[in-house]
Ligand binder design. Structure first.
Ligand code: PLP
Length: 399
């Protein structure tokens, strides 16, 4: 750190320089975040100093948080949820599993069962909470194999996890079956709807995934993904109040006597941003956003099918994974030649595209055109390679 302070003009110019290196979202098809709604930004700025880590000092923000929980509960079919606003899906998942573990302290070597398609936050959970995270295989349509889940349950299993909107493929596990399995075995069921929570309630096809299923004990849902709020905004909701008690620690020097959150200091600005955007959009507003993303998803699907590319699964939400050979190479060429940011999946290998609200029809068409170009190039170089292999045998001699 330098000795003397800099004037705002100079500081601002280094900020502008740094910001110019960040990628604008318009060409980003790899992220589950997007531009926050302008109203969320306004509200965020209004509450920038608010610390929910000591909410006795910020009663107004605390009341907003309770209102957000009530709105989320309504969305997820629970008229009285218990929970709090987290920093995102990772924290919500950690805390859901931490509560399960604390509720089952007598189990010495506990495990949870998650689908093989679960987000990598569950690998962090295994590491942090020192719990065995058993991975149940997925079927060909990438939903968890419930028979395998059942076979993995033993006397040390504290809970199951189902994914409502998997990170890589946007697939939804059979949460109603998992709910029955959880009840039959008297274990918890956490639903990771970090992405799908703000999508599934607004798609035309009804997909059961929430507290309407009696075995679901907790849900992670992220306002900073499809909820259009500011970062960091996640939420963890429990069906039962006692689960919050399993997270509680005493906080002697604060205005509140205990805390159930993972972080201490916590953004009240995100709480205000989430409240404002949910109030402003209402279910109707989110419906329009999801409708638009789904139309663009189907437009993209149509375009890629026209150039002979198929999705790994028919998209359930606004995520498409494209079955292509050499996905890594295609990803690199799309970025270097055209500036598109896409991601790749591991199993099965594919190009993963998330069609977020920042996407436009013009950009989807431009992307499809550029993808076609790159696929032709890759195909051409593949053909050249195999032609070389045909002409020369393994010793370098002509065959
Ligand atoms: N769960 C799912 C299904 C996700 O897709 C993600 C992130 O992509 C997470 C959890 C983690 O969320 P965050 O990055 O907000 O911690």
């Amino acid at each position: 750190m330098q000795e003397h302070g800099q004037n705002w003009k100079d500081v601002k110019s280094s900020l502008i320089q740094a910001k110019s290196k960040d990628l604008p979202y318009e060409k980003v098809l790899s992220s589950m975040c997007t531009y926050p709604h302008p109203i969320a930004i306004e509200a965020h700025k209004m509450f920038i100093e608010s610390n929910m880590g000591d909410y006795g000092l910020f009663i107004g923000t605390y009341e907003l948080e309770q209102k957000v929980l009530a709105m989320l509960g309504d969305l997820l079919h629970n008229s009285h949820p218990y929970g709090y606003l987290t920093t995102g899906g990772t924290e919500s998942n950690i805390q859901a599993v931490r509560a399960m573990l604390n509720a089952c302290k007598s189990i010495r070597n506990p495990n949870i069962i998650v689908p093989a398609s679960a987000h990598f936050s569950f690998d962090k959970i295994a590491d942090i909470l020192k719990i065995n995270v058993l991975k149940a295989r997925v079927l060909s349509d990438l939903v968890v194999d419930t028979e395998h889940v059942i076979s993995l349950i033993d006397q040390n299993t504290v809970g199951l996890v189902g994914i409502a909107g998997s990170t890589e493929f946007g697939q939804v596990d059979p949460i109603s079956d998992l709910s029955k399995i959880a009840i039959d075995n008297s274990i918890f069921l956490h639903v990771d709807a970090a992405f799908g929570g703000f999508v599934l309630p607004f798609v035309s096809q009804h997909v059961p995934f929430d507290f309407s299923l009696p075995g679901v004990t907790s849900i992670a849902i992220d306002p900073h993904k499809m909820g259009m709020s500011t970062i960091p905004s996640g939420a963890l909701l429990f069906r039962e109040e006692k689960m919050m008690d399993f997270l509680r620690v005493d906080t002697p020097y604060l205005t509140i006597s205990s805390q159930f959150t993972l972080t201490g200091t916590r953004s009240g600005a995100s709480v205000a941003g989430t409240y404002a955007v949910m109030k402003h959009l209402g279910k109707e507003g989110y419906c329009q956003i999801v409708d638009r993303c789904m139309s663009l998803t189907h437009l993209l699907l149509n375009e890629v099918r026209n150039i002979g590319v198929n999705p790994v699964i028919d998209p359930v939400m606004n995520i498409i994974a494209l079955s292509v050979s050499q996905p890594k190479k295609i990803r690199k060429e799309l970025a270097t030649q055209f500036g598109w940011q896409v991601s790749i999946t591991k199993q099965p290998p594919s190009i993963r595209l998330v069609i977020m609200p920042h996407m436009t029809e013009a950009n989807i068409l431009a992307f499809s055109r550029d993808l076609k170009h790159v696929l032709e190039q890759v195909q051409f170089s593949e053909n050249n390679e195999s032609e070389k292999d045909r002409i020369f045998d393994g010793t370098g001699n002509m065959s």
